[in-house]
Design a protein around this ligand. Structure first.
Ligand SMILES: Cc1ncc(COP(=O)(O)O)c(C=O)c1O
Length: 348
């Protein structure tokens, strides 16, 4: 009988699968691209200072102090900014707001596996674009989409694309291009300025990765005021709670901490990439906080994933034709990477 009660597209939906969150504290957790270092001390201070009595009242529905701070960072106006309960929430609004009912939604294959779920939930056809053999940019010259999710740097591959290519695509695609920049702080270049220069570009950002605040749930979108205004119509009235607003503001006020944190991760990423290459892995050049690697033939990706799991080292494996020969390893601390690499050497 449920078949009659549930919208058929929802009944048929294959939900997004998040990475495992083990309860045991002793797991070396390199599976969900979290940051291994603590957030800014300003975050702990904001939590200590927070007056619980304030929770009686609803939060600022628009998070205006945050929008002002984010506008200052990106040199734009608060009208160009919307706050979200994690950048995933902003991606959901984009799938609902941009393009007409039944219009296709595009993304690169492989990229973030949430996009197909969003398209299916909106009953919109998928128009994926295959990446090149080494997961490089391979956009056909005549490709157009009413909405395209462009992950930059890409996940799960970590690859950044030439900025000129991104810009050229944004210029010629008449539809909206949402540049999902969850990992942009780890990259050399980003596209935030395109969201402020083009009428059809939105950029999404998150505090989950580079700011070490995945547990907080805060992200935002930048873009032309009319597109951002459309997203405002779809958001829940109080989508970002009071405590999150205070904490996010504290984190966004300490960019020195962010820069030092990112520098450590990038150094560890490069060292781990060299060592994995030395062990015979094919390492995709990464500009994110994770590595996309193909193990040597003696140790197929799924086997590596399972054996490491048995040793309580969690990485991520995505079965499937384009992804099944690789694993994704989040960059942890140097000590965590040493443990991972020692285990890999033993398994080889
Ligand atoms: C490409 C990409 N976009 C967005 C997100 C979601 O981030 P948030 O925690 O801000 O919802 C992730 C998280 O893994 C991601 O990999």
């Amino acid at each position: 009988m449920n078949g009659a009660r549930i919208r058929p597209a929802v009944a048929a939906l294959a939900a997004y699968t998040p990475g495992e969150q083990p309860r045991e504290p002793d797991v070396v957790k390199l599976n969900t691209n979290e940051n291994p270092y603590p957030p800014s001390p300003a975050v702990a201070e904001a939590i200590r200072r927070f007056d619980a009595e304030l929770l009686r009242r609803y939060p600022d529905p628009n998070g205006d102090r945050l929008r002002e701070r984010i506008a200052e960072i990106h040199r734009c106006r608060p009208e160009n900014v919307i706050c979200a309960n994690g950048s995933d929430e902003a991606l959901v609004w984009c799938a609902r707001a941009f393009g007409a009912r039944g219009d296709p939604i595009g993304w690169f294959d492989p990229s973030y596996s949430l996009y197909p779920v969003l398209a299916a939930a909106e009953e919109r056809p998928a128009a994926p674009v295959p990446l090149g053999p080494n997961f490089e940019w391979a956009m056909p010259a005549d490709y157009r989409a009413p909405l395209f999710f462009l992950t930059h740097p890409n996940a799960p591959t970590g690859r950044a694309y030439p900025r000129a290519r991104i810009e050229e695509f944004c210029r010629r695609n008449p539809g909206v291009v949402v540049v999902d920049e969850a990992y942009a702080d780890f990259a050399r270049e980003n596209a935030a300025d395109l969201a402020l220069a083009f009428p059809n570009v939105v950029v999404t950002r998150t505090l989950s990765k580079s700011f070490s605040l995945a547990g907080l749930r805060f992200g935002y979108a930048l873009g032309p005021a009319d597109l951002i205004g459309a997203l405002f119509k779809l958001k829940d009235s109080y989508n970002v709670d009071r405590l999150t607003q205070e904490i996010a503001l504290a984190a966004l006020s300490d960019l020195d901490h962010l820069r030092a944190n990112v520098a450590r991760i990038v150094a560890t990423r490069e060292a781990a990439a060299r060592r994995l290459t030395g062990l015979g892995f094919a390492v995709t050049p990464s500009e994110a906080n994770f590595l996309w690697v193909k193990p040597p033939a003696a140790l197929p990706a799924r086997t590596l994933f399972e054996r490491l799991r048995a040793e309580r080292i969690f990485i991520r494996y995505f079965p499937g034709p384009r992804t099944g020969e690789h694993v994704r390893i989040t960059v942890g601390t140097d000590a965590q990477m040493d443990r991972l690499l020692a285990a890999v050497e033993r398994l080889l």
